[in-house]
Design a protein around this ligand. Structure first.
Ligand SMILES: Cc1ncc(C[n+]2csc(CCOP(=O)(O)OP(=O)(O)O)c2C)c(N)n1
Ligand SMILES: [Mg+2]
Length: 553
């Protein structure tokens, strides 16, 4: 039977089980939209393509499955770029379908022509420019396979308009492939790892998003508790280990706990699982775990020995490696090491909201939110001080409940990612912690929230500043404040109302914590403006470029 390229795409997406697509139509992808008409796939009209890209990310990050966004050629594709780059740095499986001018116009500076293929080479795991309608099924299968296999990542498929309209005869639809997990492991390395852990005096588990991607949380728990190994997490690993467990020492790095950063110096064996030694986590690299034998397991071969030479490394699925080493791991009480850990925790207590009755201290607000919302609530953040406070204080107790832009650190991430999370998890509440700077970067998506009636509460930490920039200027640029203060800020609660979204301004509230609780109990879209004192800083902190063991506070 003959199908147009657009019909092939929609059929393949249905076959893949895609239920929601975020996007914006335009001249170069209108044939695709025509084919989407009547499909069981729901189209969510974003208000900006960056919003669409991040909505897809919210679906992918919260479920672990590849998600899809659509954009037209030229400005549609360029607007997607930030969301795609963000997905690349945080290994998120997004498949972006972009319209392109007709094949015969490519290279002529045609209306809305941009070289999307060339533009997205460095920010995708892979990308395609489709040359003929009949290659679409194989390309789509390959695109999802690449996006979801091994270390996930974004893929772009750029499709000229004529390819969407031309027909191809298809008798038998090809099948999607199961993502590859890279389970093969060399035996002697498994034995060496077991021996190194069993003979260690002061081992430390250093875990990241690879635990979440490979669904290794339970096995990690068994490994840690059987041998009594303390656990520290990267920003993107938060949620993979119970936050209140005695073995948990909190987040590592620039805004991590002092004791995690110091224990990293004390450890004699560091077991790094699904981490990539990002500079925000390691601080000054040659000071990082410099006394330890380093074991590194990662699914991406290019991460092994990229920044830190490992004494023992395995390129494999983290879950499979833990599964294979577990039977050989001895039970060990590690009394003296755990005593040292407890001592450090006592000496270097973690940040708390000051006991001065200020209801608006950011850490107090975060604690209140955590107390009030259901445990399975999905938290998204934007980028800035508010993001770091949330990472430090929110007790994430499950994987995929904390969606944050780690690698790219993209302001404007929080709101559209919350939409994606809400659409893909209609049974869950979503809370987005944003800043007064970041929020404005994708504020147009409030219209999408209102239209979709998403169960999202947006909490704006309103300090009148690009707070994290102001903090850096205060601490490292001789208090030469420039370009970080908002001399005029809008009335966020008023704006929300005009978008059709309920709102509360805690600045005008007589009982702010009570009103916060009531607002969080509302089902559906809600915006809460929280006045934060502008001079609050995120501490403790490793100065940029410094060694992790020396933290300012
Ligand atoms: C798109 C983008 N532009 C600039 C930056 C640099 N930057 C990092 S944090 C920050 C300030 C964020 O301000 P706000 O959202 O108000 O959060 P706050 O730090 O005040 O909590 C800026 C400008 C960025 N991360 N992303
Ligand atoms: Mg701010």
């Amino acid at each position: 039977m003959n199908y147009t390229g657009a019909e092939i795409i929609v059929h393949m997406l249905e076959q893949k089980g895609i239920e929601i697509i975020a996007g914006i139509p335009g001249s170069a992808n209108l044939p695709l939209y025509k084919a989407l008409h009547g499909s069981k796939i729901k189209h969510v009209l974003a208000r900006h393509e960056q919003g669409a890209g991040f909505i897809a990310q919210g679906m992918a990050r919260s479920t672990g499955k590849a998600a899809v966004c659509f954009a037209t050629s030229g400005p549609g594709a360029t607007n997607l770029v930030t969301a795609i780059a963000d997905a690349k740095l945080d290994s998120v499986p997004v498949v972006a379908f972009t319209g392109q001018v007709a094949s015969s116009f490519i290279g002529t500076d045609a209306f809305q022509e941009i070289d999307t293929y060339g533009l997205t080479i460095p920010i995708t795991k892979h990308n395609f420019l489709v040359r003929s309608t009949c290659e679409l099924p194989e390309i789509i299968i390959e695109a999802f396979h690449i996006a979801e296999s091994g270390r996930p990542g974004p893929v772009v498929i750029d499709i000229p308009k004529n390819i969407q309209s031309e027909v191809c005869n298809i008798e038998l639809w090809p099948e999607f492939k199961t993502p590859e997990k890279y389970d093969s492991i060399e035996d002697e390395k498994v034995g060496e790892i077991i021996k190194t852990i069993n003979t260690a005096q002061k081992p430390l588990l250093f875990v990241g998003a690879g635990i979440i991607e490979s669904k290794a949380e339970k096995l990690l728990y068994q490994l840690a508790t059987r041998n009594n190994i303390p656990v520290t997490s990267t920003l993107r690993g938060l949620g993979c280990f119970p936050p209140n467990h005695p073995l948990y020492v909190g987040m590592i790095g620039m805004h991590g706990t002092k004791y995690a950063n110091q224990l990293m110096e004390e450890a004699d064996v560091v077991i790094a699982l699904g981490v990539r030694f990002d500079d925000r986590a390691t601080g000054k690299l040659n000071e990082f775990c410099k006394n330890a034998t380093l074991i590194h397991v990662d699914i991406d071969k290019s991460e092994i020995n990229k920044l830190k030479m490992a004494h023992l490394s395995i390129h494999a699925n983290v879950k499979e490696v833990i599964r294979q080493i577990l039977p050989g791991i001895a039970e060990n009480r590690r009394l003296s090491w755990l005593q040292e850990v407890e001592l450090k925790k006592g000496e270097l207590p973690y940040v708390e909201a000051p006991d001065n009755g200020d209801p608006f201290h950011p850490l107090r607000i975060i604690q209140e939110v955590a107390r009030v919302v259901p445990e399975n609530t999905i938290i998204t953040t934007d980028v800035g001080q508010h993001q770091m406070w949330v990472a430090m204080k929110y007790p994430f107790s499950a994987s995929r409940t904390f969606l944050t832009s780690g690698g790219l650190g993209t302001m404007g991430f929080g709101v559209p990612v919350a939409i994606g999370a809400a659409l893909a998890n209609p049974e869950k509440k979503v809370v987005c912690f944003s800043g007064d700077g970041s929020f404005l970067m994708n504020i147009q998506e409030l219209a999408t929230i209102a239209e979709q009636k998403c169960n999202i509460a947006i909490i704006i930490f309103n300090n009148g500043y690009l707070g994290l920039v102001r903090q850096q200027q205060e601490l490292f640029f001789d208090q030469k404040y420039i370009g970080s203060k908002f001399h005029v800020n809008p009335d966020f609660a008023g704006i929300a109302k005009n978008f059709g979204i309920s709102s509360v301004d805690l600045e005008k509230s007589e009982h702010p914590l009570n009103d916060l609780e009531q607002a969080l109990k509302v089902e559906g879209p809600m915006l809460i403006n929280v006045p934060i004192h502008y001079s609050e800083n995120v501490f403790p902190m490793v100065p940029p470029g410094g060694a992790n063991k020396i933290m300012m506070d």
